[in-house]
Design a protein around this ligand. Structure first.
Ligand SMILES: [Zn+2]
Length: 95
């Protein structure tokens, strides 16, 4: 929905879609720099999270790579289960 907003940079009224990416039609300044910054930070966080996830199967992965990631994920899960069982064992029988 389009509305109007007074630009905080040049003071002119400009159209505003209430989106973080909206810019002033007069000076091309961001109308809501804080929202824009938050949006970029959120997207950057999501991007890093996805890139760092080794077990996520990517679209351009070969069959071998998909297998490696799936086996890796299973080993990771097994390792986590062993660690968890070990911790449970230690905390349960150590007293
Ligand atoms: Zn402006």
């Amino acid at each position: 929905m389009k509305t109007e907003k007074k630009c905080s940079n040049c003071g002119e009224w400009t159209t505003w879609d209430k989106l973080p990416t909206d810019r002033c039609t007069h000076c091309n300044d961001l109308l809501d720099p804080r929202a824009h910054k938050e949006k970029e930070e959120r997207e950057e966080k999501e991007r890093l999270f996805k890139e760092n996830d080794f077990f996520r199967v990517r679209e351009d992965d070969s069959f071998l790579m998909v297998t490696v990631r799936k086996v890796g994920w299973i080993l990771h899960a097994v390792f986590a289960a062993i660690t968890w069982a070990f911790l449970w064992f230690v905390t349960t029988f150590s007293g």
